[in-house]
Design a protein around this ligand. Structure first.
Ligand SMILES: Cc1cc2nc3c(=O)[nH]c(=O)nc-3n(C[C@H](O)[C@H](O)[C@H](O)COP(=O)(O)O)c2cc1C
Length: 216
């Protein structure tokens, strides 16, 4: 079955547990503006326990199993991150840490990813999105470079329930969804070129083993 034969599934993960969160509002907006054939669901991080290797050694707790299964099953992931103290909120980093295990076969490994974020400040989560990109180096996730969606002065663009009301930002969110679908097609094709026989997991700890050249 090819991607064209079925729906394209995006898992949305917001780095905020707040009911009227701007970032959860961004994910709802993405769901609303997504074209037909693209389905976006949200995973609520509220039930994810703090990462503990002792707990992991006993087996992933059920909420973590659900998270990892949904990340694995998704064609792509869309993160909507707030900025906390110039970086990523702990709840989001915690969920990523669970989803980065085991390193050679992690749900996040080689997963196509798009980032967006909203903040009441003038910087629109620029710093937290950069911090998030750094995390995805170690997980070897395929984070899309652009478009970048930094929603600043969020108080003017969302209503009191955290619903996105700004038309231009909705257009930007739609552009991000469309780009993520294309990006996923691109990186999947590259994987077929780069790993024709033994699959990507064989190269887990050998980053130089994979070399994909674009253009001449
Ligand atoms: C602990 C904490 C740290 C914060 N640090 C920043 C920051 O570094 N930069 C920023 O733009 N906003 C910062 N904020 C404000 C958040 O952007 C704001 O609370 C935002 O609404 C959170 O996203 P949400 O609406 O999705 O929950 C911080 C908020 C909290 C609670």
């Amino acid at each position: 079955m090819t991607m064209a034969d079925r729906q394209f599934r995006i898992l949305g993960i917001a780095g905020s547990l707040r009911r009227t969160s701007y970032n959860r509002g961004l994910l709802r907006a993405a769901r609303e503006v997504a074209p037909s054939g693209v389905v976006i669901s949200e995973f609520d991080l509220a039930t994810i326990p703090l990462f503990n290797e002792d707990v992991e050694a006993q087996g992933d707790p059920p909420p973590v199993q659900a998270l990892k299964e949904q990340v694995r099953a998704a064609d792509a992931i869309m993160f909507a991150t707030p900025e906390y103290n110039y970086s990523i909120p702990g709840v989001l980093k915690n969920a990523i840490d669970w989803s980065s295990r085991p390193p050679q076969d992690a749900p996040l490994r080689h997963k196509p990813i798009a980032l967006m974020g909203a903040s009441p400040s003038g910087f629109g989560t620029v710093r937290s999105q950069l911090a998030l990109r750094q995390v995805f180096v170690f997980t070897k996730s395929f984070v899309m470079l652009e478009p970048e969606v930094h929603v600043s002065t969020a108080g003017d663009k969302f209503d009191a329930e955290g619903t996105l009301t700004d038309a231009r930002t909705r257009q930007n969110v739609r552009a991000l969804v469309l780009a993520l679908v294309e990006w996923t097609r691109l990186v999947r094709a590259e994987q077929l070129v780069a790993w024709p026989t033994d699959g990507p997991s064989q190269h887990a700890l050998a980053p130089t083993a994979v070399s994909v050249t674009h253009g001449a």
